[in-house]
Design a protein around this ligand. Structure first.
Ligand SMILES: [Zn+2]
Length: 273
């Protein structure tokens, strides 16, 4: 869905380099640029073609984002230092008290496992996953961007499960809201949040915090602009239970400050007011 944009950028950059060359060079470079561009475009949306995930046991999906793209202008903005700004897209607050509008739009990039994320956080996510693997870990991204309809479906499934337990409609809705975010209030609808688990344990419960992947991510995620969004001791502030698998991109500067102060995003944004 964003390939056209990236394709155009890659082609544009190479066209810039060609300026001033003679015609022979121009022709050669054109052919080379065309081949490289085709290779780049071909690699991006493919699923499961990454050798880094070969041998991964069956799970929600393969773990690794698509082949490393050349970052474009939009993605570089995601990693450049900037003063904290509540209007900053990286710091957009989404929780039960701050829902997204139903028409919220995000420019997505596909990962190799068919999940997707906001393309602006992709380079940082790719680096984090690469470095986590280089450290000997086996992380698996099991959830990324969700559409409104996808979140609605998850929520309704949970409501139905509660109804099946004998609860009334109101009780079931209230109970479901504790486990699954009401549509519009999930960070996954932002495209800046990912759930990452260890390949050896793909159950989303507190046992995640003891896995090598989570220990590594909790120690290092801020270096890539991510935070553990729902810490164990901030549920009353975030409105969400402890989730030692849910990471949110906020940019490197904010992530470093949030990490150093040991606070959650809500508290950080309050400090910026
Ligand atoms: Zn999550």
């Amino acid at each position: 869905m964003n390939l056209r944009k990236r394709y155009g950028w890659v082609r544009g950059k190479r066209a810039g380099r060609r300026a001033g060359s003679n015609w022979l060079k121009v022709c050669g470079l054109l052919v080379l640029a065309g081949v490289l561009t085709l290779v780049t475009v071909w690699n991006v949306p493919r699923e499961g073609g990454d050798p880094g995930i070969s041998g991964a046991p069956e799970g929600p999906e393969s773990a690794r984002p698509g082949q490393q793209p050349t970052p474009g202008p939009a993605s570089s903005a995601g990693t450049s230092p900037a003063d904290p700004d509540p209007e900053d897209w990286r710091l957009r607050l989404v929780n039960r008290w701050n829902p997204l509008p139903k028409d919220y739009e995000v420019s997505l990039i596909l990962l190799t496992n068919s999940l997707s994320v906001d393309q602006r956080c992709y380079p940082a996510l790719q680096r984090m996953m690469d470095d986590c693997r280089a450290a000997g870990m086996s992380p698996v991204i099991c959830s990324g961007y969700r559409t409104w309809e996808g979140q609605e479906s998850l929520y309704q499934d949970e409501v139905n499960a509660q109804l099946a337990r004998g609860l009334s409609q109101d009780e079931a809705a209230a109970e479901a809201g504790k486990a699954v975010a009401v549509p519009g209030t999930s960070e996954h609808q932002l495209g800046l949040a990912v759930d990452i688990v260890d390949v050896s344990n793909q159950v989303l419960d507190e046992s995640q915090e003891d896995t090598p992947v989570q220990r590594w991510l909790m120690e290092h995620c801020w270096e890539y602009g991510f935070i553990l969004r729902y810490p164990s001791d901030r549920s009353e502030v975030t409105g969400i239970i402890y989730e030692p698998w849910h990471y949110r991109y906020v940019g490197e500067k904010a992530a470093a400050e949030i990490h150093a102060l040991d606070i959650c995003l809500e508290e950080y944004l309050d400090q910026q007011k």
